[in-house]
Design a protein around this ligand. Structure first.
Ligand SMILES: [Zn+2]
Ligand SMILES: [Zn+2]
Length: 227
């Protein structure tokens, strides 16, 4: 939908973690009824709307954060308007002072503009998965299916996670449209914090090593008990 067909009412003006002012505008159609909202519509997903919306919004706008209670990092904070964005040094200082749940990591911060673009992009990709139009994992190239997207099984390697292709780092925004994509849980965990070049190097080292079969010797130790 082109912008001139949107309501675009300024809902809020924020100062992001980089000191820039951004306007959060309504993304509903011009002349709409009811409350303004800056997020996309998820009605097309019918009974799955709630699940899709929650998954997309979490990936686009919220940090992974920290679940530990004794961390200066909040769990699931806003990426574009957090109470504070902490450098690694500040995080360590606050931890030493016993100050917890202060803000998000600076490497996880982004602008509202980028978060919004990510939402639109991720939403479009889910729509393609939902309608069977095809979407492939950016890491293994294999299809991501709707059943994978719906999977809530934490052990399901094909369940779907948001992956940052260039990993987050302090000093540059890595949460931007195109750098965050849906991928398989297994592929995301194999990547870890590596960039794509580092990932290739690591996989090549592993592959070459495993090809040599040097671990085969362990088998002589395997107990013969079976049941
Ligand atoms: Zn509106
Ligand atoms: Zn994959």
């Amino acid at each position: 939908m082109s912008n001139n067909r949107l309501c675009q009412k300024v809902m809020k003006t924020i100062t992001n973690s980089f000191g820039d002012t951004e306007k959060i505008c309504c993304a509903k159609e011009k002349g709409h009824r009811g409350l303004h909202r800056y997020t996309e519509s998820y009605e097309e997903f019918g009974e799955y709307a709630k699940h899709v919306k929650s998954k997309v919004l979490t990936m686009a706008y919220a940090t992974a954060g920290a679940t530990a209670a004794n961390s200066p990092i909040t769990n699931r904070g806003s990426r574009f308007a957090p109470p504070r964005a902490l450098t690694k040094t500040e995080e360590l200082d606050l931890k030493a002072q016993g100050e917890y749940r202060v803000g998000i990591r600076k490497d996880e911060a982004s602008t509202f503009e980028q978060c919004k673009k990510i939402e639109v992009d991720l939403c479009q990709d889910v729509l393609n998965i939902y309608r069977g139009k095809g979407y492939n994992c950016p890491l293994c190239g294999l299809p991501v299916l709707w059943e994978h997207f719906l999977s809530k099984d934490r052990k399901d390697g094909k369940s779907v996670h948001g992956c940052h292709l260039d990993p987050l780092e302090e000093g540059s925004i890595k949460h931007y449209v195109g750098n965050i994509k849906w991928g398989h849980r297994d592929c995301n965990s194999i990547q870890g914090d590596r960039g794509l070049d580092q990932l290739q190097e690591h996989l090549k080292i592993m592959y070459d090593h495993l090809q040599k079969g040097t671990n085969e010797g362990r088998k002589v130790n395997q107990p013969t008990i079976s049941w």
